[in-house]
Ligand binder design. Sequence first.
Ligand code: SAM
Ligand code: SF4
Length: 330
Amino acid sequence: MTTPILDRFGRKHSYLRISLTDKCNLRCTYCMPQENMLFMPNKHLMQADEIVELARIFVGLGVDKIRLTGGEPLVRQDFSSIAERLGALDSALTLTTNAIYVDQYLPTLKKAGIKSLNVSLDSLHASRFKAITRRDQLQKTLDHIDLLLEEGFVVKINMVVMKGINDMEVNEFVGMSLLNERLHVRFIEFMPFNGNEWDMSKIVSYNELLAGISDQYRFSRLPGDRHDTAHQFQVEGGKGSFGIIGTVTHPFCSGCNRIRLTADGKLKNCLFDTSEVDLLTALRNGSDVQGLIHDHFDKKHFAHGGHGQFTAENAKETYEANRTMIAIGG
Ligand code: SAM
Ligand code: SF4
């Protein structure tokens, strides 16, 4: 019989995010340090068979949704075979990507049963896009978002909003959400991780975002699920929706159902918890992987990995001890 992955607060964890790699074809400032980034050697990464085997164990424990992420999942050479094998499991499959290589994988995405993708896009202006991602790829990203929509996928655009850097574009992004019922935009509060020069003053808060959007649009709140990270809204007469992921100022920890597996096979019970359990080595040694998963979630803190509230004072010290976002898997 399946023993679900429960924590001390009765939260059932059924949504697994698997990082396929810590490598990427972009260099987003909020995600990775500009210098001294040490990438994982390939032999430390989970191999395709190991990813599928670990995913199978999680599905046996009640996981019903798997998201592939990274780094950039599409830079992994064996992405197609991994996605197709995971797509055959009894669980929904989805993907977070920067979309730069997505044109090469349309048949794979369909074969794997992927219906919805999250696509990162932080600016609609070439020079700003380049400043944030340190690469000149705006047009390709926009073309590939159009391609995904034409091919029938649901696209959720993730924009990390940073004060003075791209916050002046928020209403332009809301404008995009008006055009297509399969296009949704989500604004994410800038979160602190190792090496990303986070500062409380760079956050545009949930309340500030709503106030700025209401200057230009009339909108109403859409019903949601208790596991949702985003509060969703729809502009009057708009086709798609916009959402706000207020991790810092509007935490959603009480409904958390997320499990994270890093590309080197470490289990994390929260994005902000520095403790990890090495499932890959356990799998390779034939140890009790299920037992390790249950033990780790038994120790899960209620909110923010036990670090309490994000504040300007505690953040640097506390969050610099975590991995970089690119090495966790967003
Ligand atoms: N390369 C893929 C992409 O960019 O969509 C997947 C990996 S990326 C780490 C996953 C998500 O994390 C992206 O939507 C990105 O915007 C978000 N992210 C990364 N660093 C973040 C930060 N410091 N604060 C908020 N969101 C962040
Ligand atoms: Fe790469 Fe995604 Fe991180 Fe940008 S956010 S550097 S695209 S992994």
